[in-house]
Write a new protein. Structure first.
Length: 79
C-alpha cells in the first residue's frame, strides 16, 4: 500500500474477530480487514476507481488469506 499510493494516512484494522463462525470465514483470525487510505493518487477518481486501485494493489492478499476487505479511499482534502 505504501509503495503503490504514498499515503499521507493509512489505517488497517483486523476485523476478523467480528466474523468468527460466519460462512466464508476460515477462522484464521486474519481474513477480514478494513483499510482507510488517504492519498493524492485518488485525485479525480470515482469511488469505484479508487476501490479498483486498492484491490489491484492488494491482489495477492485478496487471492489468499484475506476473505473480505472494507475500503475507504480518500484524497487528502477529503479527510
Amino acid at each position: 500500500m505504501t509503495q503503490a499510493f504514498a499515503p499521507v494516512a493509512l489505517e488497517v484494522v483486523n476485523d476478523s474477530h467480528r466474523h468468527a463462525g460466519h460462512a466464508g470465514s476460515p477462522g484464521t483470525g486474519t481474513s477480514h480487514f478494513s483499510v482507510k487510505v488517504v492519498s493524492a493518487s485518488f485525485a479525480g477518481k470515482s469511488r469505484v476507481e479508487r476501490h479498483r486501485m486498492v484491490n489491484a494493489a492488494l491482489a495477492d492478499e485478496l487471492a489468499g488469506p484475506v476473505h473480505a476487505l472494507a475500503i475507504t479511499a480518500l484524497e487528502p482534502d477529503e479527510r
